[in-house]
Design a protein around this ligand. Structure first.
Ligand code: AFP
Length: 348
């Protein structure tokens, strides 16, 4: 098999100096942390009770032991990187690294999908690399209140059957798979392209009764299949781990939806803008996909708080546009699908 380009060689060829060189160093630091986290995740229960609840977390669920450990590993891993401050799902506020003049800031979800640890389901580390604002204090939140369009790099490390880093530095989206033989990340898919059309949607359908009319009508239209207005049948997936859904969508297309709903605390959905929505949106943008709140591009949203939630719809560009077309006033006047009225499968 032809020698594959390593992550180091890819980054070397992209940038050696200046801000881009700093981004390259930071990506390699995150990749190293990913190696350690991958090893820990692969041990599962052999490493102790990684799913034990050990503290509070920002999403209302308990903080798991593996959440805590991966957060430490990411922070430790970034110690040698040119990063001035870190925002993490596992930290209440931004953490100064002591390198106040470093050019970068990193926002991270150290372990997305941690409710799946016990079930041995794919999980991942999501990261977003931003320029430090020169006129803002060291570890101030202001660095992270930049819209997603300002990201210099973003991606995730997915811990599944393979461990891979999916990365964009603004020149396409690429997959670097960690080779167990030599523990090096190797370019296995360059310039990913999300198919514009799809027949596969991902949403937690148990929340149907909590959705607004627009989302219900869109999902109804998918469920009506070939007999309905869409004139095609759809398949459904819901892994419970956004990184896994994102990877599947990058590989074969699809649409992921986590909209706001009427449950307490879910008016803006479940996913976080700065360290989940923005990195995924950057990857989608680079891979010809789309990412929206249902009303506007995720990348254009101006963040106002570190752990701000955001309604998140992303994936195949044409399907995202269809889902968007059901949002806003038009959807409210739409008739409910007779399919569900008759069968009462999803009551309002
Ligand atoms: P956890 O990290 O708490 O497991 O949450 C994962 C997640 O943020 C995202 O990765 C999933 O798509 C989504 O939540 C699943 O949410 P539901 O449990 O409400 O379906």
């Amino acid at each position: 098999m032809k020698a594959l380009m390593s992550l180091e060689d890819y980054l070397d060829g992209w940038a050696r100096t200046g801000e881009a060189g700093a981004v390259a160093k930071t990506v390699l630091s995150l990749a190293s942390a990913g190696r350690l986290i991958s090893g820990l995740a692969a041990q599962g229960p052999l490493a102790g009770s990684m799913s034990a609840v050990v503290g509070h977390s920002n999403d209302g669920d308990g903080q798991k032991e593996l959440d805590r450990i991966t957060n430490i590993q990411v922070i430790e891993g970034l110690k040698g990187a040119p990063v001035a401050c870190i925002a993490s799902e596992e930290l209440d506020g931004p953490m100064a690294t002591g390198k106040d003049d470093a050019p970068l800031c990193v926002a991270v979800d150290p372990l997305d999908g941690s409710s799946n640890i016990d079930a041995n389901v794919t999980i991942g580390t999501i990261f977003s690399i931003l320029p430090r604002l020169k006129d803002a204090p060291g570890a101030g939140e202001a660095h992270f209140f930049q819209p997603g369009t300002k990201q210099l790099a973003a991606g995730y490390i997915i811990y599944g059957p393979q461990t891979s880093m999916v990365l964009t530095v603004g020149e396409g989206a690429h997959i670097f798979t960690l080779d167990p033989a030599d523990r090096k990340y190797k370019l296995t898919s360059a310039n990913l392209q999300v198919p514009a059309e799809t027949r596969e949607f991902a949403i937690n359908a148990s929340n149907y009764r909590h959705w607004d009319a627009g989302i219900r009508r869109y999902i109804d239209s998918c469920l009506e299949g070939a007999q309905g207005g869409r004139a095609k049948n759809f398949n459904m997936r819901w892994v419970g781990s956004m990184v896994a859904e994102c990877h599947r969508i990058l590989m074969r297309g699809g649409i992921y939806l986590y909209p706001g709903d009427t449950r307490e605390g879910y008016a803006e959905g479940r996913l976080r803008l700065i360290y989940e929505g923005n990195p995924v949106a950057f990857l989608m943008d680079q891979a010809g996909g789309a990412a929206t709140t249902g009303q506007m591009r995720i990348l254009d949203v101006e963040p106002t708080s570190i752990h701000q939630r955001i309604p998140l719809i992303f994936g195949s560009a044409e399907e995202v546009a269809v889902a968007e077309s059901y949002q806003g006033n038009g959807a409210a006047s739409a008739e409910r699908s007779p399919l569900f009225a008759r069968r009462g499968l999803f009551r309002s």
